[in-house]
Each structure stands twice: as structure tokens, then as C-alpha cells.
Design a protein around this ligand. Structure first.
Ligand code: PLP
Length: 389
């Protein structure tokens, strides 16, 4: 008998991550040019590290904090939500979470019962799909419109709604496509949520990284949506704090005690040392965010320019946000994106992520990450130029 056959169906239903598979394979080769990482490659700014050291030295981090997170941090977050996201907030509407991921998981756990349906754009961040499955829900994937910058297809979302639909979950700026859902699109989505009494769970991890005049919009800032939105944020991207595992969610005050019932059994409270680091991040100079944005903008432009030279192999939508893009593979081999990316790795030592990892509409695509040094982009494309010429 298969050793894992007595594990839960939920877990067995989840396929192995194509992303981790590529990471594992990449380790077999030397001198790989990585375009598959979706984490900032710069280090956490020094003033944030220093604040964490002070908190340790002063004995502030040896116990749990309040499960919602330390009050001073929630006060600072409330200010940021008001100033940047236009979400009127009090500390009582915030839970500090173990990264955005844990906030999203709590959001899903609190919103759905087994068998309930959650609508997600396709392609989307695969963790969202897995979180729905882990909560015994059913992910309903609605293809986005690639030719129009991978925008939401509101008509198709409407058609996908059934009596079992409980929630809509999305990230914007988007992983893997680089789409930015505009205020207009999100207002249309809000109208649907109101009409069908749905909860909206947002992942705003890349909120500061938009380009070409595209602006991030938080659906939770719409008055009528206040009672049905769970908005999730993180320090991971803005302050290069991937390993600190710190983020937060915002929801209406009535939801918070229920969300906390999902938060506590998984994490008790967010890492306390990281909460002090996050507090310093919000109170300190915000220059690092603009520095990261400038770098990603330059890197995006370089990646698009280099892709233009490979126009017979890839077509692409210019990313309007995040630090990811999702070119379409035009060759016959591209129809199987997993095989294509593995071969590319074997033959050119360029590591990319197969589009199929992000939902069925991701097939024939690959995800490229431009949160890497410019010379990494050039190295990868020099190799691909030689390979495809
Ligand atoms: C869309 C999206 N959400 C969330 C995360 C992870 O966020 P955190 O580190 O805050 O859990 C990522 C990381 O790549 C991401 O791309």
C-alpha cells in the first residue's frame, strides 16, 4: 500500500509545486541564471535590522505578544492604511500576521465551509488555490484577458457565480502576470460582490510596485465593501523582509474576533521580533521602497527589451506592476511549459517557472522575475539569444 494513502484527501489532492520542483532541479547545475525567484534579492535595510537587535537586547521579544499584534504596530499600520490605501482603520480592525500568507489563510478559513466555491483569476498565485483546497473549498478559476494586460474578466466572473460561491480572492499587482487591476475594474468587481453577497479577500503584497502611471487601488477603501473585504498586506516586498515572516490583515471590527480564531491556532501571534522590526520599518525613512521600485522599473524595461529580440519565441504583455512577467511561449515545444522550462534549464542553465504552475490558463507561458540584478537578466538573455538563434 502507498505509504501516504492514509493522509487527508485534501493534502493528497494538492499537486507537487512546479516552483519547488524547478528550484530542486536548478540546484543540480552550476552557475544558473535565476529568473525564477519571486523574492527581493536585496537585503533588509540596516535601520530595520538594528531595531530588531535593540528589541532583542531590551528583552522585548521573549514572550508572546497580544494575538492581534503589538498595539503600537497596529496604530502605525492604521495610519499607513489611511494614508496610502485610503482605508479608514483603527487598530481594532487589524491583525498582525505571519506574512501575508497567514493572513490569507485565516481569511479563507474564516470565510468558507467545506464545498464552498471561491472564484480566483486564472492564472493566479498558486498558494491561493492551495489555501482554498486546504480549507476544503473548491477553487473556481476564471481566465483573465491576456490581450488586455491580463485584466479581470468581469462578465465571466459573473457567469461563474453559483449558489455555492462564497468569496473572490485575487492579488493585484498580480503574481504571475504583472497585471494591475484598475480602480474601474475593481469597482465592477465590488458591484458583483455586493449583488451576490460575497466576501473579497485581497492579496496586496506588491502594492507599491506599479509602473507607467498605473496606480494600486484597494477594494477595501470602497465604503460599501467595508463589511465584506479582508485585505492582506506584507512587509516582505516593500522592505525586503522575506525571512522575517511579517504582514497584516484589515477587516471590519466584527470580523476580527472570528479571523483571530483562525489566526491563533496556526501561529498564536506573529513573530514578536519581526513585529518590532516592522514597527521600525513603518516609522523610519521610506526611501527603500522607492529605491526598489526604481530598480524594478529599470529591470522590467531591460527584460522587455531583451524579449523583443526573441520575438519569434516569446510574445508578452508589458507588466504594469509587481516584479514578475508572464511571456507566452510561441514555439511548439512551449505547449508543455513544464517540459519547456526544464529543457531551457538543462540546455542554457536559465531557471524560469513553468506557467502551468499558476492554473490551466498559464500553460504555454513561463514566469520571469525581474527582482534580480540587471546583470542576471543580461546573463540569462545572452544565453537564450545564443540558444534560440
Ligand atoms: C502574491 C503574493 N502574495 C504573498 C506572497 C508572500 O507573502 P509573505 O512573505 O508576506 O507571506 C508572495 C510571495 O512571493 C506573493 O507573490
Amino acid at each position: 500500500m502507498n505509504k501516504s494513502s492514509n493522509l487527508s484527501k485534501r493534502i493528497l489532492d494538492i499537486e507537487k509545486s512546479a516552483i519547488h520542483e524547478m528550484t530542486r532541479l536548478s540546484k543540480k547545475f552550476e552557475d544558473v541564471a535565476f529568473l525564477s525567484w519571486a523574492k527581493p534579492t536585496s537585503g533588509t535595510p540596516e535601520f530595520i535590522r538594528a531595531a530588531a537587535m535593540d528589541a532583542i537586547k531590551n528583552g522585548l521579544v521573549d514572550g508572546y505578544s497580544e494575538s492581534l499584534g503589538i498595539l503600537e504596530l497596529r496604530e502605525q499600520i492604521a495610519k499607513k492604511l489611511k494614508n496610502y490605501n485610503r482605508i479608514d482603520s483603527t487598530p481594532q480592525q487589524i491583525i498582525v500576521t505571519t506574512g501575508a500568507i497567514e493572513g490569507l489563510a485565516a481569511g479563507i478559513m474564516a470565510s468558507i465551509d467545506p464545498g464552498d466555491e471561491v472564484i480566483l483569476p486564472d492564472p493566479t498565485y498558486s498558494t491561493h488555490i492551495r489555501q482554498v483546497i486546504l480549507a476544503s473549498g473548491k477553487p473556481i478559476l476564471v481566465p483573465v484577458i491576456e490581450d488586455e494586460g491580463f485584466r479581470l474578466n468581469i462578465d465571466e466572473i459573473r457567469k461563474a457565480i453559483t449558489s455555492k460561491t462564497k468569496a473572490i480572492m485575487y492579488c493585484s499587482p498580480a503574481n504571475p502576470t504583472g497585471a494591475v487591476f484598475t480602480e474601474k475594474q475593481l469597482k465592477e468587481l465590488a458591484d458583483l460582490a455586493l449583488e451576490y453577497n460575497l466576501i473579497v479577500i485581497t492579496d496586496e503584497a506588491y502594492e507599491y510596485f506599479t509602473y507607467d502611471g498605473y496606480k494600486h487601488f484597494s477594494i477595501g477603501s470602497i465604503d460599501e465593501m467595508r463589511n465584506r473585504t479582508i485585505s492582506c498586506f506584507t512587509f516582505t516586498k516593500n522592505y525586503a523582509m522575506t525571512g522575517w515572516r511579517i504582514g497584516y490583515l484589515h477587516a471590519n471590527e466584527d470580523f476580527i474576533p472570528h479571523l483571530n480564531k483562525a489566526h491563533i491556532p496556526f501561529t498564536i501571534c506573529a513573530p514578536v521580533v519581526s513585529q518590532y522590526a516592522a514597527l521600525a520599518a513603518l516609522k523610519g525613512p521610506q526611501k527603500c521602497i522607492e529605491d526598489f521600485r526604481k530598480h524594478y522599473f529599470e529591470a522590467r524595461n531591460l527584460m522587455c527589451k531583451r524579449l523583443d529580440n526573441l520575438a519569434t519565441v516569446f510574445s508578452y504583455q508589458k507588466p504594469r506592476g509587481s516584479y514578475l512577467m508572464f511571456p507566452k511561449i510561441l514555439t511548439n515545444e512551449g505547449k508543455d511549459s513544464a517540459a519547456f522550462c526544464k529543457k531551457l534549464l538543462r540546455e542554457t542553465r536559465v531557471s524560469t517557472t513553468p506557467g502551468i504552475a499558476f492554473g490551466p490558463s498559464g500553460e504555454s507561458h513561463m514566469r520571469l522575475s525581474f527582482c534580480v540584478p540587471l546583470n542576471m537578466i543580461n546573463k540569462a538573455f545572452d544565453r537564450m539569444d545564443r540558444y534560440f538563434s
